[in-house]
Design a protein around this ligand. Structure first.
Ligand code: GDP
Ligand code: MG
Length: 180
């Protein structure tokens, strides 16, 4: 537990995307390095704190997981309002979750601050046989929404999970250290 450690910057990141794309597994993997096959879908908003170091700065990331609310589309405005960064995740094996990125990005533009940094994640890249969308399509949608990057991840295999958050933290750090 490093909750009391000092830090240089605290960034709030919200994780959005359809139910079942792997958001809770991604947070678990990032937070504790573990893989938990089945996640209880609790109603509410869960968050975890995780410290990392970027360019010699201690960054504390507060990562918010939508924990079941996505099913009812009742994620409230306040949840988005204070976000510095947004991770929009979809499931590479389910095209509907990719098509819904549009819906999620619309919510982001409606409810987030204009300068929020967005990252697009295609999760479950371990399931190569079942892949339903091409990398090119995904990257194209990513640039359409001006994301800082499009990254393919696997919470199961621990592929690019930490790298994704570090990428977002790096962009946020650059933004914040140049603005003051
Ligand atoms: P959430 O509803 O977005 O929070 O999704 P969960 O984290 O609860 O995961 C939904 C399902 O996808 C669970 O059965 C997970 O085991 C599975 N899952 C999550 N991430 C991965 C992944 O990277 N690869 C594979 N193969 N399955 C995953
Ligand atoms: Mg969940």
């Amino acid at each position: 537990n490093n909750d009391t450690e000092p830090y240089d910057y605290l960034f709030k990141i919200v994780l959005i995307g359809d139910a079942g794309v792997g958001k809770t597994c991604i947070v678990q993997r990032f937070k504790s390095g573990v893989w938990v096959e089945s996640q209880a879908s609790t109603i509410g908003v869960d968050f975890c704190m995780k410290s990392c170091e970027v360019n010699g700065k201690k960054i504390k990331l507060q990562v918010w997981d939508t924990a079941g609310q996505e099913r009812f589309r009742t994620i409230t405005q306040s949840y988005y309002r204070s976000a510095n960064g947004v991770v929009c995740a979809f499931d590479l094996t389910r095209q509907s979750t990719f098509l819904n990125v549009e819906k999620w990005m619309n919510d982001v533009s409606k409810f987030c601050e204009e300068n929020v940094s967005k990252l697009l994640i295609g999760n479950k890249c371990d399931l190569t046989e079942e892949r339903a969308v091409s990398r090119e399509e995904c990257a194209k949608v990513g640039s359409y929404y001006s994301v800082v990057d499009y990254i393919e991840t696997s919470a199961k295999d621990n592929t690019n999970i930490e790298a994704s958050f570090i990428k977002l933290a790096t962009v946020l750090l650059e933004k914040h250290s140049s603005s003051n």
